[in-house]
Design a protein. Structure first.
Length: 671
């Protein structure tokens, strides 16, 4: 495992190389970021522009709104300012960024204030951040300003804190591409003093602002959000650096928890306890589950409990991951180190004590190999109390272990394989030596390990040694041994058979996991290839619907917006014999998804009574449509790994739809 930690992740390096290649042809976005209006973002941007201009930099002001602040307006002196675009709106002349003039001038650095601004109705893009996206694509560096309340992911939280719904937002994905983000900070007391002096709003508006959005408590909360968002960006940069350099030791610059969720009855309690611990430490946290070959053979009720536990973790604010591997302890520690986790939380061991003594304790293995990661072993702070609660837990554990061991057909297969091996060896005995007969039994053990797994293979190993002794070692038909050298033969045969059985079972698991990964990778590759080669939008949607139907065993429908309004035109591309049921209620759910850019419907917490699951087709430029699925196997779509796969597919489809939509719109714009 140490080698895996010490070397950079090849996939991460490939992703980084691709991102750097794309960034080489784009302009760089620098954002002056603050908690609210009046902290000095525009002033700081203009001051930095003046310094760059004095050094001979080609810097141009595309659009800056000084809001009547004389100190800010004074910083425009000496800078080249592009004439604004004049727009008539309801008899009023409005001034806005002239995007075409900026593209024609093509400076090295262009200043565009108020990134979240909404453009006039006849503008090329509805939002200013989309104007900035076009400037960046043209290779122009852009400096802009943004308040924390305008970030899409924080919109609901800001409304809850301040009581003010912010309508103009910028996607977090666009904000995350900025490099660098410069925090412009001002203490709430100083900001309120500036407000009282009329340096934020005109005097007639200052009192109303102080009684509403600019209350001291609101400013403190917004300031904390801005500081946390900036700190998160720095933390992400550190994680990328550690991954690129293959740095294994944890850098404990901030608390980060990883909760290892299991399939036992106490898993949900451990997740809740981990959430409380993360809240006390004010730490980010993740919940992970390692799917091994043994876990894959669990009864459906236990597997449903796993997905329910991970859904609970998501509802409590965790990011979730499903890992796969042969060694759960190694996979958990590998994930924790790559995530730079400082603490690892897991439940008390559920395995019987004899199993821990025979095969080693999972918890002890984690503690021994954790290094600088702290290990917390919890029973769940909200566990049932009293004798009845303990008895219920013990009964549930006994039933779970009983079910996990109850595979009589597999063990019977191992015994039958030894019976057939004994018959075949009896036919060979007159002409072949004992060493060849041993090979027959080993072959039966290998076959059992491949078909039935490790447990039946171990039983076959023991039965094979006993059968060889009983049938082929003198005196025959007894377990007595005349020659003591056969004792060594039995020991070597047993050890060899056990080793072969365990290695073969492990190989079987590796092949199974590799096949699943290959299947997912091949499906994504086929989807991406067909989307890239599609000539028009109908072909794109038809290919997408077909692939998704095969990947998720679902009926599929794609909703595309009809024009610019909220109304959507339904276009059904599924070829199922049973048509996807779309009534007014289902269309209303899809419209909500399109408006809010969030998942809703079946298997989600938003409008869960719907017949279908609805996923927005979203890119950095906005939402272009909605994908609807009606699964034949509903529990399958509750699994985090399947949701992640669906999210990746939706992203690919959205990019393809965006590209074709822009290509269709381009001739109209130029004409």
């Amino acid at each position: 495992m140490k080698d895996r930690l010490d070397r950079p992740d090849p996939e991460a390096l490939l992703t980084l190389a691709r991102a750097e290649e794309q960034a080489a042809h784009r302009g760089r976005l620098q954002i002056f970021f603050g908690a609210s209006a009046g902290v000095g973002k525009t002033y700081a941007m203009l001051a930095a522009a003046q310094a760059l201009a004095r050094q001979g930099g080609d810097v141009v002001v595309g659009w800056v709104d000084t809001h009547g602040r004389t100190e800010t307006a004074a910083l425009l002196d000496g800078l080249e300012v592009l004439p604004p675009r004049r727009v008539e709106h309801r008899g009023i002349e409005l001034l806005d960024l002239d995007l075409d003039a900026a593209l024609a001038r093509r400076p090295s650095v262009l200043l565009v204030d108020e990134l979240a601004h909404t453009n006039a109705a006849d503008a090329r893009h509805p939002k200013r951040w989309q104007d900035v996206e076009e400037l960046l694509a043209a290779g122009i560096d852009v400096w802009s300003t943004l308040n924390v309340q305008h970030l899409e992911s924080l919109n609901d939280l800001v409304a809850q804190i301040t009581g003010v719904a912010v309508r103009e937002t910028v996607p977090d994905s666009f904000f995350d591409r900025a490099d660098p983000v410069r925090l412009v900070d001002l203490a709430p007391g100083e900001l309120l003093e500036r407000l009282a002096q009329g340096k934020v709003y005109l005097p007639e508006s200052a009192h109303q602002a102080r009684e509403g959005f600019f209350r001291r408590g609101n400013l403190i909360a917004l300031r904390e959000l801005a500081l946390r968002k900036t700190a998160d960006r720095v933390d992400d940069q550190m994680l990328r650096y550690r991954e690129q350099q293959g740095i294994a030791p944890t850098w404990p610059v901030a608390e980060r928890l990883v909760v290892a969720a299991g399939s036992g009855p106490q898993a949900e309690r451990v997740v809740r306890a981990g959430r409380r611990l993360a809240e006390q430490l004010r730490a980010e946290w993740s919940a992970i589950y390692v799917e091994t070959e043994r876990e894959r053979r669990l009864p459906q009720a236990d597997r449903d409990r796993v997905w329910g536990t991970l859904r609970l973790a998501e509802q409590l604010g965790a990011s979730t991951r499903v890992l796969s591997g042969l060694d759960p302890a190694a996979e958990i520690l590998l994930f924790a180190r790559r995530a730079n986790a400082s603490k690892l939380v897991l439940g008390k061991p559920e395995a019987p004590r004899w199993r821990d003594r025979l095969f080693g304790s999972f918890a002890e293995r984690l503690i021994r190999d954790s290094g600088d990661i702290d290990i917390y072993i919890l029973s769940g702070l909200d566990a049932p109390t009293g004798r009845l609660g303990r008895v219920a837990d013990q009964r549930a554990l006994r039933e779970r272990w009983k079910r996990s061991r109850s595979r009589p057909r597999a063990y019977l297969f191992g015994l039958v394989a030894i019976v057939f091996a004994s018959g075949f060896a009896a036919l060979m005995a007159p002409s072949f030596g004992e060493a060849n007969l041993v090979m027959v039994y080993l072959l039966a053990v290998v076959g059992t390990a491949l078909w039935a797994g490790r447990g039946p293979a171990i039983l076959a190993s023991l039965a094979g040694v006993a059968a060889f002794d009983f049938f082929f070692v003198s005196p025959r038909l007894t377990f007595a041994v005349d020659d003591t050298q056969y004792v060594v033969t039995f020991v070597v045969m047993l050890v060899t058979a056990l080793a072969i059985s365990m290695l073969t079972a492990r190989l079987r698991t590796q092949v199974s996991l590799a096949a699943e990964r290959e299947e997912r990778t091949a499906a994504l590759y086929d989807l991406a290839r067909e989307l890239a080669g599609a000539a028009d939008l109908p072909t794109i949607l038809g290919s997408a619907a077909r692939h998704l139907r095969e990947m998720f065993s679902s009926q599929v429908v794609i909703l595309l917006p009809d024009g610019v309004g909220a109304e959507a035109r339904l276009t059904e591309w599924a070829s199922d014999t049973v048509t996807y049921l779309l009534n007014e209620r289902e269309l209303a759910v899809a419209a909500w998804v399109f408006d809010h850019g969030r998942w809703a419907g079946l298997t989600t917490e938003t409008l869960p009574a719907s017949l279908g699951l609805y996923v927005p087709l979203t890119t950095a430029r906005g939402t272009f449509g909605v994908l609807g699925l009606h699964p034949a196997d509903r529990p399958r779509l509750t699994r985090p790994d399947q949701k992640h796969l669906l999210e990746v597919c939706a992203g690919q489809i959205a990019l393809a739809v965006e590209l074709r939509t822009r290509e269709r719109a381009a001739p109209t714009r130029s004409g």
